[in-house]
Each structure stands twice: as C-alpha cells, then as structure tokens.
Unconditional design. Structure first.
Length: 285
C-alpha cells in the first residue's frame, strides 16, 4: 500500500528498519560481491529514491541527517554505499527466555511471545523513535529528557569546542560516550584534547573544515585511537595547484615545488599530463 504513493520521512525510516538484513549475507553490485552484516541495507540511494518516490537530493539530505543523529552510518565501498542501522538490535523485538514455573499459574497470563525481525514482517519492528506531529518528519529520541540541558565534564566540553566542524553536526552524546570509554580505559583527557588540536590544524591546512571529510567526533574518540596520530602536513601536501594554471609556467612551478622536473625528451604537454596525474594521486592519498 505504501509503495503506491510518496513516503513520508517517518515511513521511510520504518521502511529502512524493515529492509535491513536480519543476518549476514551478500549482494552483487556491477558483478562485484558485497558482504552484508546484520543491520546493513543492500539498497543504493537511487533504489531507495525510486522506492520512496523522492528526489536524489531529498534522500541524500535525509540520510545525512540520520547519520548526524548517529542513527545510521554510510559506509562507502568501491562499487556502492552501504547503509548500516546503528543499534539495529534495539529496534527488534525478542523472544524472552521461558522460566519453568514451580507451581501452576492460578491467573491466566497474556501471551507475550515475540519474534525477531525476519525482513518480511514489519510488525516485528520495535520503533524506539517517533516523529513530530507537525508533519516535519524529524526523528525524535523518546529516551531523551527534553526538560533540561545535558551536562558534560568541562574538559570534554573544551575538547569538543575545538573539534573541527563537519558539514553535519556532531552527535554530542555519541561523542561523549566514546570519549568516556577512553577515559575509563586510563587515557588522559589532555592527551585526547592535544590530539584534537593537531587534527584541527590538519583539517584547516587541508581545507577539510565544514566538509564530510572531517571524522565524526565519536569516531575520532573511538578505539582506533585517532587522537594519537601526528596529523602533520608535509610541505609538499600543502601546495595545491591553482584551479586555473597560468600556462606552462604554472605547471613548471608546481613540478619544481613537488620535486618532479621534466624528463629528458618530454614535451610540455606530456609533462603537464604527468603532473596532473601526480596531483590527482596526492589528493586521493
């Protein structure tokens, strides 16, 4: 019935929970096998846009919002972008363990038997978020107390305040959870803060601030210990060729800067093409 008309944002979220894999498997994209784990969606943005009758721009904004709320993660592969439902198990109902009764029940009890989501029955989905009644469709976490402001340790607030901004807001609760786990593991808060300061300088130098290429704060504070990286920018990587090169002299200057002089017998066109390849490689390293 839903597929006959355009989805609302709330319907789209519930549909994602129903489409997510309930166990590991795989799909093939362009002939390449892509592994899926529990909680992964094997649907591309284009396929979801067609299913929900949305524009490509709308679905990108919707998925980015869910990711900023730490409800999903978008994981790029060489052939597609997978969507992972964060805390997928929390949205699934369960079958409680049956405890043998020592004495017969004197009062009949309601049958509470529940089942795991099997991808075919959306009635099994336990929705932990609801959507605003003003038709905005914005997800609201019902577990959050809106009556007061969250309070975090001052050192965490100072650290998050200097963390480079993304194109979407950082999830403060998820960031604090990851930060607290490191502190509980005997990592000094000052060490984490110093790592953030280095990373901020790196993002400024690389012109990443305000883009999707800035790591989520929750990831940076996570078990991979990104805060221990040096995050240094070499002199070579600081140089970026201008968008419009002023003739061969501009490329010659760039080649000299990265220590790539022209080879004997190489024409200027061949040299420029080789430098363009070098520049592309440096941008994607």
């Amino acid at each position: 019935m839903w597929l006959s008309e355009q989805f609302t944002r709330g319907q789209a979220w519930v549909d994602m929970l129903g489409l997510a894999n309930h166990k590991s498997g795989y799909i093939r994209k362009r002939g390449v096998r892509v592994e899926l784990k529990r909680g992964h969606l094997g649907w591309s943005q284009r396929e979801l846009a067609d299913r929900w009758k949305w524009s490509r721009g709308k679905i990108i904004r919707f998925l980015n919002e869910l990711e900023s709320e730490h409800m999903i993660e978008q994981q790029k592969t060489n052939v597609t972008t997978l969507i992972y439902i964060v805390n997928y198990n929390n949205y699934q109902q369960y079958e409680p363990k049956v405890v043998p009764q020592k004495e017969p029940q004197t009062v009949p009890e309601t049958d509470h038997k529940q089942y795991l989501n099997n991808n075919d029955n959306k009635k099994n989905i336990k929705t932990l978020v609801h959507f605003d009644g003003d038709n905005s469709g914005k997800p609201v976490d019902k577990s959050v107390d809106k009556s007061g402001k969250d309070e975090f340790p001052q050192i965490f607030e100072e650290t998050l305040a200097i963390y480079p901004k993304r194109n979407t807001p950082h999830n403060r609760r998820a960031a604090y959870k990851a930060w607290k786990a490191r502190v509980n593991a005997k990592v000094s808060p000052e060490v984490i803060k110093a790592g953030v300061e280095r990373y901020r300088r790196f993002c400024v130098d690389e012109k990443k601030v305000g883009t999707q290429f800035v790591k989520m704060a929750s990831t940076f504070f996570g078990p991979d210990e990104w805060y221990l990286q040096s995050w240094t920018v070499t002199e070579e990587s600081k140089y970026v060729a201008p968008t419009t090169v002023n003739g061969p002299d501009g490329w010659m200057a760039y080649g000299k800067k990265i220590n790539k002089p022209a080879k004997p017998g190489e024409t200027i066109d061949q040299y420029v093409e080789r430098l363009r390849g070098e520049l592309r490689n440096r941008r994607y390293e």
